[in-house]
Design a protein around this ligand. Sequence first.
Ligand code: GLU
Length: 381
Amino acid sequence: MALLRFAPSPTGQLHLGGLRMALYNHLYAKKVGGKWLMRVEDTDSTRFVPGSVEGIRKALDWAGLEYDYGPGKEGPHGPYFQSERLDLYRPYANKLLDSGHAYRCFCSPDKLSATRERLARTGSNSTYDKTCLHLTEEEVARKVRAGEKSVVRLNDSNLPTRPPATDLVFGHLKDAHASLATDPILLKTDLFPTYHLASVVDDHEMGITHVLRGEEWLLSYPLHLDLYAALKITPPKFAHIPILLNPDGSKMSKRKGDVQVVDYIRGGWEPQAVLNWLALAGWGAKHEIPSPDADISSTSAPTVRPQLIQKAPDSTTLMTLPEMINEFELSALTQRSSSLDPAKLEYLNKHHLMRIWSTPDGLETLAERAHDEIKAKFPTR
Ligand code: GLU
């Protein structure tokens, strides 16, 4: 059975982009009769914002996107906070150390930044000179015994061969390690994993079959596949979802309008209209190839041109959540970033309200909601 995950970091309120990611996970899981869980990626304590998890749960609740497992909904794949899963990561890091796919690095932060600067001055792409890769076993053992602090780095000069990277949205990818840090850190000195190790281990341990995540992770995707290969575990299927932009093509930010879900909750927008609006941003034509179940272990590039099976829906096509589930296909997601036009939300909102209005208890439902809103706004009158 398909199992997906929505993996927010507790760094503040849920953004529209995060809500769309949860929505696509929900749509795909329900479409194929699978489930999805919420995993809180809280291993970076410097970015933790108190109240985030509650805010994210409230936003999902409002939107009617109910995860099958996650915080407050225990199940077979927990715990759902990475900070409660720390014991899991170490054995995987040890396995990589034992096989020579990773090594301990004892360089101090000062030494590392001096090295980085020196390498940059020489025009090198590298961010680390691999000093610690050349330590002998005895030297490492002595430093460990002496209590010297170390991190675990991936040894990217000793990686296993593996099939090329394939993505359900972007197709076959060219690996590009050059843009990543040299020998990326997997385990930090405090024994907390970095995102790379934690997401690979958790997706494997939790039995995730499909990873739908933001395009910003596309760059590290080959690195993650290397980790799967080095650990001799099978990767899930991946779909990277292009980001959302403002109508003028700029990056969405607070300065440019409402980007947090809570703004739409406060604004009294119809949740299904907001979902409809988000779902259609980036929803293109349906193609037969690559299918959601394309074999990502295949090494050959597809030779047949994708067959168009349905044109892209108009970006103001009215859809309820069950209709979206019915219609959703990963192969229909576009590779380009999509812009969100507030005028379309107004249109969709109006039509969703009209749809509710025309149901048998619609008028009553809307009147009750209006009553609650008015009472909340004018509590003493
Ligand atoms: N915690 C990551 C983020 O919030 C999610 C990455 C993922 O879905 O794998 O960006």
